[in-house]
Design a protein around this ligand. Sequence first.
Ligand SMILES: [Zn+2]
Length: 246
Amino acid sequence: MQLSSDQVFGFLLEKRVTHLHHANTVTTSCAFIQRKALFARGCMEYFDFNQTAQKSDETDRQQGVYFDVFLDTVDIHTRAKARNAYGPVLFELSAKKLIEMNLPPLWITKSNPMNWTEKTTQQEKWFQNVDELRKDFVVGRFNQMIVLRHIGGILPLESCLDRVVLDDPQMKTASHDTFTLSLGALVAARASANTPMSFKFRKRACSEGCNCLGEYQAKPKMTEEFFVPHRTKPAPIVSAVTAPRN
Ligand SMILES: [Zn+2]
């Protein structure tokens, strides 16, 4: 059920939520930063932009949320003391600046769409009204996500992005320190925009007892997929050019 964005943001600010968050891989984040927007996964596919596959893609398509943009009310990495399953790049969007954007109505999930089936009712999927939100929404419950469903799958970042935080897995690729390589790719993506955004980059400072390093280092292939920018689409075919005959 759609809820008034003014009412949702009013409620979130009352709950002292100052930022909304979106986590992704370096490859997908570079596409966002270069184009100065968060794109729904379906839009990324439609426009043929580079994006890392996610195991939720198939259920997202089936459940009709593939063209929606998802935001969290907390930094999941900090709260869970673990890596974010969606990627090591965290976009921090100012709630106050989002209000000024006069966004269309928002939807809020009650559970993760990955767990929805054809039997899950609309009432089980989505908060139905602001009263229900006041009663049952808990800041930091990971399955209660803010979903933008009426923005054509594109959330412009230029006026709301405060900061991008990047994890450091303290690993190396064949030639580079992984963090340095990833940061370089993000900085280059920003510089390649026509008028680059002015947000700050920050290296993540993990809280005591965070398990992310162990998780990253135990799965080097996954970590490389998350941190090392790469083309996810085949390179365009360039047909041979024949020199004109004079
Ligand atoms: Zn950590």
